[in-house]
Design a protein around this ligand. Structure first.
Ligand SMILES: Nc1ncnc2c1ncn2[C@@H]1O[C@H](COP(=O)(O)OP(=O)(O)OP(=O)(O)O)[C@@H](O)[C@H]1O
Length: 338
């Protein structure tokens, strides 16, 4: 058995645990993102995995080896786990080479490994610099090289791109993913940023109420969310209450085919709405331009407000009368009021 395995994990601080029977598997060589809102227990999970916080029940295994659970508690430094903390957290008095080589034996520091790792993260030639002489993005790259240096069984990354500007974050996400792949690393990333989780990871685990509400590929999580809560948390949504019967449900955007029956919530993604010559009448309330696309707020005849995602040249402005139609399948969550 390889990779990281977490079974029935219970851990926390007060009488009510934060993690309440969490199961999670990170396959060898895979990158799994744990996605959840602030305060849901992401950092607690990382602290437990790293060995900084005890488990109350359940177990943690790496490559089949029991790290925590029952009477076992392997100390952090013997777990074979690399950590990329928030903000990088480099040792300020050490050079880049000193930081990367920190967890290596003297022989390991001499065999060219530091240079290899710096090349992997795009920082060849920066060996002698001090962290204070690096940009925020470069510091995160050094932190990743430092975590990978002792060839850990898994690398844990705690919001590694927080407080970087959008362009740099994007570039770093691509480079970090490439470096992890090139290294063949098994990695777990925790983030509250859905774009980061969906864009970077092989698998996304949505953390809610102390358990994994859904584990799936980014496409599965987005297109086939396990329940309404996951659907609303991952991506933007347009929702209506509805009553499904004979494979269809009536909504303010017309009759839509759905699976399921009875009362519940119909969910569409904003990119499924299209303004044009056909469909139900609507008035443009607001247009928010994002550069690569725009979000258009529409008011339907019955007063319902919906959001539409538009790519390319816009050609509509507030006050315009348009018609809206829906493409692709609607999701229906029976028994789940919006
Ligand atoms: N040392 C502590 N003592 C008591 N409660 C704590 C402690 N650390 C965290 N908590 C609580 O445990 C819960 C989970 O916190 P945690 O930091 O794991 O969440 P998170 O998902 O990482 O949040 P964020 O995204 O804001 O970092 C929160 O309700 C928090 O207030």
């Amino acid at each position: 058995m390889s990779g990281l395995d977490v079974k029935g994990l219970i851990a926390g601080y007060g009488p009510e645990p934060v993690l309440r029977g969490l199961d999670l598997r990170v396959p060898e060589g895979g990158l799994v993102a744990v996605l959840g809102p602030s305060g849901c227990g992401k950092t607690t999970l990382l602290r437990v995995l790293a060995g900084f916080h005890p488990v109350r029940d359940g177990e943690v295994r790496l490559g089949g080896r029991l790290l925590a659970g029952g009477a076992a508690h392997v100390p952090p430094e013997r777990r074979g786990i690399g950590i990329v903390p928030q903000e990088g957290a480099l040792f300020p008095h050490l050079s880049v080479a000193g930081n990367v080589g920190f967890g290596l034996s003297r022989a390991g520091r001499r065999d060219g490994r530091i240079g290899e790792l710096l090349a992997l993260v795009g920082l060849s030639g920066y060996e002698a610099r001090k962290p204070g002489e690096l940009s925020g993005g470069q510091q995160r790259r050094v932190a990743l090289a430092r975590a990978l240096a002792p060839r850990p069984g898994v690398v844990l990354m705690d919001e590694p791109f927080s407080s970087l500007d959008a362009g740099l974050r994007d570039e770093l996400r691509v480079d970090v993913r490439a470096a992890l792949r090139a290294f063949g690393a098994t990695a777990l990333l925790v983030t509250h940023d859905q774009e980061e989780a969906l864009g970077m990871a092989d698998l996304v685990a949505v953390l809610r109420d102390g358990v994994v509400a859904q584990l799936g590929t980014p496409q599965e999580i987005y297109a086939r969310p396990a329940d309404l809560g996951v659907a609303l948390f991952v991506g933007e949504a347009v929702t209506f209450p509805g009553h499904a019967e004979n494979g269809t449900v009536d909504t303010p955007l017309g009759r839509l085919p759905v699976q399921g029956s009875g009362g519940g919530t119909v969910l569409l993604r904003p990119e499924q709405l299209h303004a044009g010559a056909d469909g139900v009448p609507a008035t443009v309330d607001d247009v928010r331009f994002h550069g690569h696309d725009a979000t258009v707020s529409l008011r339907l005849a019955g007063g319902e407000r919906v959001r539409q995602r538009v790519q390319g040249p816009l050609g509509i402005s507030p006050g315009d009368e348009v018609r809206v139609r829906v493409s692709g399948p609607a999701l229906f969550f029976a028994g789940e009021p919006a």
